[in-house]
Write a protein that binds this ligand. Sequence first.
Ligand SMILES: [Zn+2]
Ligand SMILES: [Zn+2]
Length: 202
Amino acid sequence: MNQIEYKNYQMEWRKKNKDYIKKCRHQYYLMNKNKAREQSLKWKKNNKKRYKKLMVDWIERNREKLRLYHQEYRKRNKDKLFQIGQRYREKNKNRELLRHRNERQQIKLIALIKYSKNPPECICCGEKELSFLTIDHIRGGGTRHRKNIKTGIYRWLKKMNYPRGYRVLCMNCNFAIGIFGFCPHQNLNLKRRAKNEIIKNK
Ligand SMILES: [Zn+2]
Ligand SMILES: [Zn+2]
């Protein structure tokens, strides 16, 4: 038997005894677990790129199997996973809240700028503090409208692409207009204007 023949023979033998080799390897692995693990770690470290490619290929080949496995795992560990999720949610509650609040504030700010200027202000008194500013329905009916839309006014305005009929007012002016039908500011402004005019005319 020359070298090539021997090689071919070896290959044939390996092909024929695949399962046996596998078994032997596994046996060896079980007997030398720590050593094998160490070796495999070493190999992984030295062949990072090849290892990654192998892993990617393996995942690609076993996609369906993995999906089923994960599905099964989730089913089996429902309670455990729920608890982990619960713990995570508990831990990140504040962060979640903050994220939601930031998002809401962002949407509000955009709406206020759309109906005012940048930075937005109360059309009546010029108040600039964002937490005092609201959107006012020019023709009234705001409360009813707010009740009808479930998403909140700013989100709704965004969804409707900022329709006409709204303006920015501060809480004070909004409240006064709602109750008296006009804002005392305007009275004041008128008085001041009248006074100025009187002074000017003197
Ligand atoms: Zn105002
Ligand atoms: Zn006012």
